[in-house]
Design a protein around this ligand. Sequence first.
Ligand SMILES: Nc1nc2c(ncn2[C@@H]2O[C@H](COP(=O)(O)OP(=O)(O)OP(=O)(O)O)[C@@H](O)[C@H]2O)c(=O)[nH]1
Ligand SMILES: [Mg+2]
Length: 390
Amino acid sequence: MVYLTCILGYAKKKSIPMRNYLMSGFFDKLRFHIRAGTGGSGLSKYGGRGGRGGNIYVKSKDNVSLKDLSKYVRNNTIVAGTGYDSSKHGLLGAAGEDIIINVPAGVIVYHEDGNLIGEVNECDKKLLVALGGIGGCEETNYTGQKGESHSIILDLKLISDIILVGFPNAGKSSLIRCVSNAKPKIAAYAFTTVRPHLGKIMYDDFREITIADLPGLIEGAHKNVGMGQNVLKHLERSNMLLFVIDIQGFILNSNHKWRNCLETILLLNKEIELYKPELLDKPAMLILNKMDTENAEKICNDVLPKLKNLENLKIDFPESMFPKKCLNFQNILPMSLINKDKHEIAVLKKLIRENLDKIAELAKLEENEAMKEELTKKLKKELKITTSFL
Ligand SMILES: Nc1nc2c(ncn2[C@@H]2O[C@H](COP(=O)(O)OP(=O)(O)OP(=O)(O)O)[C@@H](O)[C@H]2O)c(=O)[nH]1
Ligand SMILES: [Mg+2]
């Protein structure tokens, strides 16, 4: 018989000290030790075989977070069950208890040395991370073998159709609350959101689009200021970037410079470029939020024409602030998310969908193009072979 334990399933009420190796409070990186089960002993007298040791798997599941998981990793180790011994009454020993570690979709599993073990991107996909030892048998002199034992790192990189990018307090969580089923906290201070939130935007024809809310980025994010790298890494596996900007600009605190809304856009552009310039190739949309605030209309009228071609602004800004490659927004929408205007939200949802459809079409075309190229190459090679016989 194979036993199975789902981490997170059975230890609910016990309070276990958090022993984790998180990068910080973000809970999207976790390191711990795993030990698969030892095989059971065989029975030499009757040629009986011991059961195999339990395996350890990582499986993606809805509504699970690494923070939850960290609470259940006891003594920093997860151990699978030992295989059962062969006996006179049961020559074939039962397998040891398998362990399934439930994680959110998008987790990449590494060995401690950084070597990739695999990814769990789709719900209910299982990845073997430690193999149980074989049970004792003739080849092993009837001794059960030890299971694999090593440390693993779980690194969450969200997979979503759209991801929200912005300075803190710009209204990212307000946006995701307006358009999707996600309900992250909203408050009038920076870093209200401390971990990513995934939501689903639903359409009348049952189409669903995933959207991710992130903690705010600040200047120096690419160097990990404000845990920026932990935020930026989530941009990598998203199809489109949705920038949310406070039309009034941003100031972190009195020790920092106030940045107007145009500067915040350029600075975000620059931070992404310094982190991974290829992320700037992703299609992007821009929301100029808080249009209900004082003077917003005037600021917006001034800034809108500039936003249509950021490259032209190069001479107006210091090199330290200006990116080498500027973002090119598909749409720029002035909004007031606090008002939850139904029409504005409907337009936003429609544009998001249209853009994603175009991205998907383009990807298909590119794929076809690549296939065509491959086929042409193959045919040319075959032609060469044929002609060489002539
Ligand atoms: N006046 C006004 N305030 C807004 C608007 N949208 C959001 N806010 C307010 O701005 C503050 C920050 O909003 P959030 O949605 O928490 O901002 P955020 O970008 O998620 O912030 P972090 O999680 O800290 O990065 C809250 O007090 C919101 O009520 C708007 O359109 N107008
Ligand atoms: Mg937020």
